[in-house]
Design a protein around this ligand. Structure first.
Ligand code: DX5
Ligand code: ZN
Length: 220
């Protein structure tokens, strides 16, 4: 099933409860939460206290994207906070197996993420143990950037691998997705679609979510 995972990085943080409620009211199931440390990426976003508050106000699947160096330092805390999917970057650690095991043993879902310059093949040794693979469509750090076309080729190659090996992991794409390129994104094989600016910077969220869902229905 193809679904949106709205990225709250572009939401109004003062009105986050209303922003989230609006997503729920429009049938959204996943919520993408970007955590940045100013080291792994040249930006700082939100961390534990905000996730704690979000968790209290929604039952949406919290799809947390850790853009932090050495994520193994904080995995226990993100598990405790009630994150449902914990995505960490392959480039940020050398403790891949340890993180995967820890997240899965806690009954949470684990995702591994690759930056635009990282080959999709680097993820293959781990893919059987992952619940999700997250392909960056832009250099991580900021919303509102343009989709890097090569990400679609990676998405396609990963989808082929997943199908060929009969794996159940989800394939997510994050960054640069807009209503006018999302058809190509889902045709490439992504089934979890992160959208930040193209959703939260619009007045009529109901309308834009419906337009995305229409594209998803057409592609199936
Ligand atoms: C970028 C973040 C994205 C970002 C996507 O580092 O990981 O989740 O919010 O934003 P848009 O959809 O505006 O490219
Ligand atoms: Zn993200």
């Amino acid at each position: 099933m193809i679904k949106l995972s709205p990225s709250i990085l572009s939401a109004d943080f003062v009105r986050l409860d209303r922003e989230i409620k609006q997503m729920e009211d429009n049938g959204i199931k996943y919520l993408h939460v970007d955590v940045m440390d100013g080291m792994f990426v040249p930006n700082i976003s939100i961390g534990m206290p905000v996730i704690k508050s979000i968790r209290k106000c929604t039952d949406l699947v919290l799809d947390v994207h850790l853009m932090i160096e050495k994520p193994e330092r904080y995995i226990d805390e993100f598990i405790k906070l009630g994150c449902d999917i914990i995505n960490f970057h392959i480039e940020a650690t050398d403790k891949h197996r340890e993180i995967i095991e820890k997240v899965k043993n806690a009954g949470k879902k684990v995702g591994m993420t690759i930056k635009p310059k990282t080959s999709y093949e680097e993820i293959l040794p781990y893919i059987k143990d992952l619940d999700l693979v997250l392909v960056m469509g832009v250099e991580p750090g900021f919303g509102g950037q343009k989709l890097i076309e090569d990400s679609l080729l990676k998405t396609k190659a990963l989808r082929e691998y997943i199908t060929e090996h009969n794996l159940s992991c989800e394939l997510e794409i994050d960054g640069g997705v807009k209503i006018d390129n999302v058809k190509r994104v889902v045709e490439a094989g992504a089934n979890v679609i992160v959208v930040g600016s193209d959703l939260f910077e619009r007045e009529d969220r109901k309308d834009i979510i419906e337009r995305y869902n229409k594209v998803f229905e057409e592609v199936i």
